[in-house]
Design a protein around this ligand. Structure first.
Ligand code: C2E
Ligand code: MG
Ligand code: MG
Ligand code: MG
Length: 290
């Protein structure tokens, strides 16, 4: 009886596995078509200066505008794209479309101070990256690349360092994403001399209920402050979180408490409304000082 049940269970799992494989295969086929049909678009999540609450930048996040399934988030397609070796292409699309929007917004009177995009290890390792970037209108805007903390180059550490040096020479700022979520050593990360650390949302979430978690985040902010590295908190879901983080000296806040990722059309509406609500925050620094 047990043996029979055991065998059934194996069959059950292999059915599931087969279904998952078929699903992945279907997504892979569709994804290749989607790249051809240009179905990937950036969504934008605003980031806020913790003190003035001015919009200090936006993070571009890839979305697949699927003709039948609607707007799909990266959990549906990122791993598949990675497996196909096509994630660098999505990164590139997101960057060029986001730069286009930055210029458009500026023309509409909305100056977004900074654009952050996520960059995969695949793209960072692409020898053609720097050539591609130099041909883009990056100098017109402040652009930052978010590198996952988990990007592990181990034996290619030198490659990573030189890639990052070249990016900085192009004027691109470096942010370490999901900081505190992985196993990379703080020392090796700080050696990259990033402009910003983004504290992982799993570390941010419990700060309103746990004193030890609060201390952990406070000490990360302190390290940043002493090294002149800005600290961004991601996954700020409540105003209580925002207040605690601001009190600890965190520079930038990003999360559902303020705004979700949104389309470029919605971003301009949001930014216009926000500037009306917080006019002083958005006045140019020269005027504010007068
Ligand atoms: P990430 O770069 O850490 O981006 C933050 C993620 O957290 C986004 O998920 C965002 O929608 C979500 N988020 C923002 N605020 C909150 C909050 O208050 N609470 C919660 N629970 N979540 C929040 P999304 O858009 O699904 O992206 C997931 C991940 O996919 C990103 O994490 C990033 O690692 C990756 N990704 C997104 N776009 C790209 C891209 O263009 N290229 C590459 N290589 N990776 C990308
Ligand atoms: Mg990111
Ligand atoms: Mg992150
Ligand atoms: Mg993440």
């Amino acid at each position: 009886e047990a043996k029979k049940r055991g065998r059934n269970r194996v069959e059950f799992f292999s059915d599931e596995l087969r279904a998952a494989t078929i699903e992945t295969k279907r997504t892979a086929d569709e994804l290749l078509k989607a790249l051809e049909c240009d179905e990937f678009v950036p969504y934008f999540q605003p980031q806020f200066d913790a003190h003035s609450l001015a919009i200090s930048g936006v993070e571009a996040l890839a979305r697949w505008a699927h003709p039948e399934r609607g707007i799909l988030t990266p959990d549906i397609f990122l791993d598949v794209a990675e497996g196909l070796g096509r994630v660098a292409e999505i990164d590139a699309l997101v960057l060029s479309k986001s730069l286009f929007q930055m210029t458009r917004w500026r023309g509409q009177g909305i100056g977004i101070p900074k654009l952050s995009v996520n960059i995969s290890a695949q793209r960072l390792k692409d020898p053609k990256l720097l050539g591609t970037l130099s041909a883009m209108p990056i100098g017109d805007h402040k652009v930052a690349f978010e590198l996952l903390e988990s990007i592990s180059f181990e034996d290619q550490e030198e490659d990573l360092k030189s890639a990052i040096r070249h990016l900085k020479e192009l004027g691109i700022e470096i942010e370490i994403d999901d900081f505190g979520s992985g196993h990379a050593s703080i020392v090796s990360l700080l050696e990259l001399a990033p402009h910003r650390l983004k504290i992982d949302r799993k570390l941010v979430a419990p700060i309103d209920v746990s004193e030890s978690q609060r201390r952990l985040v406070a000490s990360i902010i302190e390290i940043g402050r002493s090294l002149g590295i800005d600290i961004v908190a991601e996954g700020v879901e409540t105003m209580a979180h925002a207040e605690i983080l601001k009190g600890m000296g965190c520079n930038t806040l990003q999360g559902y408490a303020f705004a979700r990722p949104m389309s470029s059309q919605d971003l301009i509406i949001f930014a216009e409304e926000w500037q009306k609500l917080h006019p002083a925050a958005h006045r140019p620094a020269t005027l504010r000082r007068a």
